[in-house]
Design a protein around this ligand. Structure first.
Ligand code: ATP
Ligand code: ZN
Length: 747
């Protein structure tokens, strides 16, 4: 949220005066409230010029603070109530924002304690999408033959025999100059036609056969089909072990919906861009069409295409990362949140929100069926299911003959790896057997890079990220030291910046790159690869690596959580968890739950086809609840303990949390501001405010940070409380404040 003193004044007060006379002369005129995609407190009223027909959701240009700004008609009012208003400049055209999208913007603004324009900005992600697709001329053969044939002409004719192409593409495909193509066009051998540069997406075919479901899957599919035919909002939780066929089951819901309502739009949220490729392939196999794909890395052209097609209702199935939630659907009938427990659904930077929570809310507003799927549902969703608020669909076993992997621990106190190594003897012995059989191992360690800490052997100096309290992580792959919080990066220095000792900087502790090095050393003939977000960048690289793994071309894969989620590697039979304790210690309230989920997901990669799988967890605390529950396959025992702790402490889902973070470049002014903000906290029953405290990450990018934590009983509307609080304080321009509803990160 921005400090309110930085907001431009409301135009309706800014521009009154001279226009008074006009409106007096012409009597009452209809006006429109325009919402701009900017951090302004509300929509502003503008006069609608004579002859302009507008409806809510139309895109317009209107003067704002001395310039022309693009906004959306939020409301059309019969008259301006005698006020003199600035006029709307012109209508922009393009697909109107649907009512569901507009209501969602308003709701999300209230819930997230943000100005509505900030949410609108998430929606309006491509302004060029408001214009129709540009057209390009493509050429195909007319059937006529040139009178004089040349090798160059022949090459063009061959290239043009396939799909129609632009002149430039034809010339490139034929390896000739553009003039050859032009010559053939002039002769009438090639004929041109205009076609949109951004083609529409193919419609899904719901009548294709899916896999033959087993009895339990079929029952689950029936439940979902019933929800589809009932119509309207419902939330279902598909709670099924890894590899139980959750995806196949929700495909049935999609097929049923598209059969009933061919125009219906469906949103599938996925936690990881790395996962989208294989899911896209499965959609294509099932429905004969690839979904429209949306995430932060798609190019501008694709962004424009997807946005326009979604807004005009033509794109039916959209798969995407959390930001796809804000796309301008016009007929959203079903939202699926795959791996609903995944922490990446929580956006912690900029606009903070949890995509699962917002997806359920959007489903409610749009009257859409909402399906959450996971092998390790969040406690929040499980409690909702048990209370009957969600329909609980269970898939307790793996599909077909595949069995859940056997899980065992390796007590590192009994089998300590050699100094500077991270793999214990029992794990290596097991990897050896797997390798001998021609099967694959996955070594899982949720730590990117080579070493999580770099220190000087001469003076003990630890390499820290500038202006931040974080250690720099060594990446040997790139030879750099990187801050995973701010993205700061530098080449690894030859000498210690503190004492000047040469070659004294050493990486301490393991990251995936170091474990891979150890695996290569242990298995010199094996193909060892690293899979993490910084070694495998971009969709193509991920797809290539996943493909090689699926085909069995890799023997040992060393990966972070990106490797542990969702993949189907039929020859993978051993998962070694290098450090199962990692994350258990964290002060975060979800540390135990998250570790448990991660380990179940990682172990769940093993033995997904006909060969049985095994997971080995290296740990110093084999008696820890999360580890014990995992080994025993007893989720209930683990969750019960977790539940009791949360209930006792009134933590989510038994209570509500919100955080307020203030940050500023000067610690003293921040301190004063925090004190004033603290004094302004409203008293309310069932609400406790803690802080201000220095945030655990007290300095980030040169800004000091203070945190408040608000803990409320479940019945309290914590967003309303935060809105009331924020309305009572005036925050200076140099200080940034941001509200985080249901925070996940406590940094
Ligand atoms: N009834 C079935 N017959 C044959 N194959 C099936 C059946 N159900 C699922 N499968 C296959 O089993 C594998 C796992 O299924 P799917 O990916 O749908 O499970 P999931 O529960 O979504 O897995 P995860 O939790 O790991 O994401 C897939 O290759 C899928 O095609
Ligand atoms: Zn030193």
């Amino acid at each position: 949220m921005q400090g309110s003193d930085r907001l431009p004044a409301c135009p309706s007060t800014l521009y009154s005066g001279s226009r008074h006379v006009l409106s007096d002369l012409f009597g009452p005129r209809p006006c429109a409230a325009i919402l701009f995609p900017l951090p302004l407190p509300e929509a502003f009223d503008y006069a609608i010029p004579e002859g302009m027909e507008l409806e809510p959701g139309d895109h317009v240009a209107a003067p704002l603070g001395g310039r022309m700004a693009q906004g959306v008609v939020w409301e059309v009012k019969p008259e301006s109530g005698g006020r003199a208003l600035k006029s709307i400049e012109h209508a922009i055209g393009g697909p109107r924002l649907g009512e569901g999208t507009r209501r969602f913007v308003d709701w999300a603004a209230g819930y997230l304690v943000e100005p509505p324009g900030v949410i609108l900005r998430q929606v309006l992600r491509s302004t060029s999408a408001l214009r129709p697709s540009p057209v390009e001329t493509v050429y195909r053969l007319s059937g006529a033959q040139p009178q004089r044939q040349t090798p160059a002409r022949q090459a063009v004719l061959e290239a043009a025999a396939g799909e129609a192409m632009s002149a430039a593409d034809l010339a490139r495909a034929a390896g000739v100059s553009g003039s050859v193509v032009k010559g053939l066009v002039d002769l009438g051998v090639l004929i041109g036609e205009d076609r949109p540069t951004d083609p529409p997406f193919d419609d899904p075919d719901p009548y294709r056969e899916g896999v033959a479901l087993n009895q339990i899957q079929a029952d689950a599919a029936i439940t979902l089909r019933r929800l589809v035919s009932a119509g309207g909002f419902q939330c279902a939780l598909i709670d099924g072990v890894t590899g139980s066929g959750k995806t196949e089951v929700y495909f049935e819901a999609i097929a049923e919906l598209v059969r009933r309502e061919p125009e219906a739009q469906i949103l599938v949220l996925l936690p990881e861009i790395a996962l989208t490729q294989s899911v896209m392939d499965r959609f294509e196999a099932r429905f004969g069409a690839r979904p429209a794909l949306w995430h932060s890395d798609i190019g501008q052209k694709e962004r424009r295409r997807v946005w326009r097609e979604v807004a005009s209702g033509r794109a039916r199935i959209v798969a995407g990362a959390r930001s796809a939630l804000f796309l301008p659907f016009t007929r959203l009938r079903c939202t699926i949140v795959d791996e609903e427990h995944d922490p990446t659904y929580k956006q912690d930077e900029g606009l903070t929100y949890h995509a699962r929570d917002l997806a359920v809310a959007r489903g409610k507003l749009e009257g859409a069926l909402t399906i959450l799927a996971s092998a390790t549902p969040s406690l929040e969703s499980l409690v909702n299911a048990e209370a009957g608020r969600y329909v609980h669909i269970r898939l307790p076993g793996r599909a077909g003959t595949a069995q859940l992997p056997e899980i065992d621990t390796i007590d590192l106190r009994d089998f300590p790896p050699e100094k500077g190594n991270w793999l214990s003897e029992p794990l290596i012995a097991e990897m050896d057997q797997v390798y001998e059989k021609g099967e694959q191992s996955l070594l899982y360690l949720n730590r990117r890079g080579f070493a999580p800490l770099v220190l000087c052997r001469a003076c003990g100096h630890k390499m820290k990220s500038p202006e931040t309290d974080r250690w720099l992580v060594e990446h040997r792959y790139t030879g750099r030291l990187i801050c995973h919080t701010t993205g700061f990066s530098m080449p690894k220095p030859k000498a210690c910046p503190e004492c000047g000792a040469q070659d004294s900087l050493t990486g301490v502790g393991p990251g995936v790159e170091r474990v891979a090095e150890e695996a290569r050393h242990r298995f010199p003939d094996a193909v060892v690869e690293v899979f993490s977000s910084d070694t495998t960048q971009g969709a193509d690289a991920v797809r290539a690596l996943v493909g090689r793994m699926e085909r069995g071309e890799i023997d040992i894969l060393v990966g972070t959580q990106i490797a542990a989620k969702g993949h189907n590697f039929p020859r993978l039979t051993l998962v070694g968890v290098v450090d199962a304790d990692l994350g258990l210690a964290g002060g975060d309230l979800r540390a135990g739950e998250r570790t448990y989920q991660m380990l179940v997901q990682a172990a769940g990669r093993a033995g997904r086809a006909d060969r049985p799988g095994r997971a080995l967890l290296q740990t110093h605390q084999p008696d820890h609840e999360a580890i014990q529950a995992l080994v025993a396959g007893d989720r209930t025992a683990f969750l019960d303990a977790e539940r009791m702790m949360r209930e006792m402490l009134k933590l989510p889902p038994y209570g509500r949390l919100a955080a307020l973070i203030l940050s500023g470049p000067e610690p003293e002014r921040l301190e004063n501001c925090a004190r004033e903000v603290a004094a302004a906290a409203p008293h309310a029953e069932g609400v406790e405010v803690f802080g201000p405290a220095d945030a655990p990450l007290a300095v980030v990018r040169g800004r000091w940070r203070k945190r408040f934590l608000v803990q409320a009983e479940r019945r309290v509307d914590v967003s309303a409380y935060m809105r009331a609080w924020m309305a009572r304080v005036k925050i200076p321009a140099a200080i940034r404040s941001s509200v985080d509803i249901e925070p996940y990160s406590f940094l």
